[in-house]
Write a protein that binds this ligand. Structure first.
Ligand code: IMP
Ligand code: MG
Length: 178
């Protein structure tokens, strides 16, 4: 994969329209409530920053960072937290903002962990969903794009910490052998 060139899957205009639509749905659902958006670092940071600027309701934001015990691109079923939220979510409506749902283990872990803080509700908003890869059944309430099983980079997502700044959602393809 290290020799691959990113190819555009979803361009910036398409992403922007979808983020605006998601923001409309989120604004409608949470109007008049106490919404906290919890962004999963680092990949979802670009999505969060675009999403909050399209919302027309007040929100609080916070961040978590996770590490998996496995390595590389293989999803690990064991997740641990390396940076926790700092504001109280007790009695508030929580929306977890994620870049991509793959096996679902990361979000299953977070849903369970955050529910011990007794929020009023917890839902998930993910820009991308690789549904065919799901190993654990978690409800993803707001989904930007359902995509095939491809390795995605750009718009915050990385391969080995590279490509996060690409403005389009891209996939990595192996270079053909010479
Ligand atoms: P899950 O626990 O298997 O659902 O893993 C979700 C996490 O794996 C995401 O938050 C990403 O950090 C990472 N991930 C899964 N698929 C991709 C991908 O195609 N590109 C970049 N990161 C990915
Ligand atoms: Mg992530």
């Amino acid at each position: 994969m290290s020799g691959s060139q990113p190819k555009i899957l979803l361009d910036r205009a398409t992403i922007s329209k979808t983020v605006q639509n998601l923001a409309k749905r989120v604004s409608a659902e949470y109007r008049g409530r106490n919404l906290v958006l919890i962004c999963i670092l680092k990949g979802a940071v670009v999505f969060l920053s675009d999403l909050i600027r399209c919302l027309d309701i007040p929100v609080e934001i916070d961040f978590v960072r996770l590490a998996s015990y496995g390595s590389g691109q293989v999803s690990s079923r064991k997740v641990r937290i390396t940076k926790d939220i700092e504001i109280s979510i007790e009695g508030k409506d929580v929306l977890i903002v994620e870049d991509i749902v793959d096996t679902g283990w990361t979000l299953a872990y977070l849903m369970e962990r955050f529910s011990t803080h007794r929020p009023k509700s917890i839902k998930i908003c993910s820009l991308l969903d690789k549904k065919a890869r799901r190993e654990v059944d978690i409800p993803v309430h707001f989904v930007g794009f359902e995509i095939e099983d491809r390795f995605i980079v750009g718009y915050g997502l990385d391969f080995d910490e590279k490509y996060r700044g690409l403005p389009d959602i891209c996939y990595l393809e192996e270079k053909a052998s010479p």
